[in-house]
Ligand binder design. Sequence first.
Ligand code: FMN
Length: 194
Amino acid sequence: MLFNINSITNSTKIYKLMSQTIIPRPIAWIVTKNKDIINIAPFSYFTGLSSNPATCIVSIGHKGDNSPKDTLKNIRDTKKCTICMVDENFLEAMHNSSKELPSTISEAEFFDITTKDFFDDYPPIIDGVKVAYACSLNQEVDIGGKTIPIILNIEHIFVDDKIIDENLNIDFKPIARVGKAYASLCNLKTLKRV
Ligand SMILES: Cc1cc2nc3c(=O)[nH]c(=O)nc-3n(C[C@H](O)[C@H](O)[C@H](O)COP(=O)(O)O)c2cc1C
């Protein structure tokens, strides 16, 4: 089948085509804090953008009532967020936290997700995650749609001592998004440097 994107008016169809073919996608489990309410939500239109400068990008949309998702609003208001990377232990909690809740209700409390202050002056991390980034807002990118790509500066990186060695080799097994499903990494192959 051949699809002319410009003739598809239903964006869900485009989402179906892209989300099952641009795979696997890493998941940014984003923690923001606004007026003492801790907000947690996952986003898979997410990837590293550059290591120099250390940046990543995440695209965040709007709620059913057309207001910006809480994560987007909080990053705009506070210019900060903490990104936790999700391993198998957190799959269900991460998935639950995608529920659309009013901004006055914290996913941390609603779903009993324990957080702990970790990076100075950044939102907390989810207790027990093995990798997390403290990020500041670099800029929004205007691509003319309802989903807003946000470029984030990565200011600090936490990697649990148990999964990193002195040569910075990291043994991390994250969960990735594949369509509407989730997948673990397997069959990694290393080739000789060319
Ligand atoms: C694995 C996963 C990935 C998601 N990726 C995105 C995404 O890239 N962009 C987006 O706007 N919503 C995404 N969502 C939906 C948001 O998590 C959901 O709308 C959430 O309620 C937003 O919460 P907030 O209003 O607290 O920010 C994803 C959901 C799941 C389960």
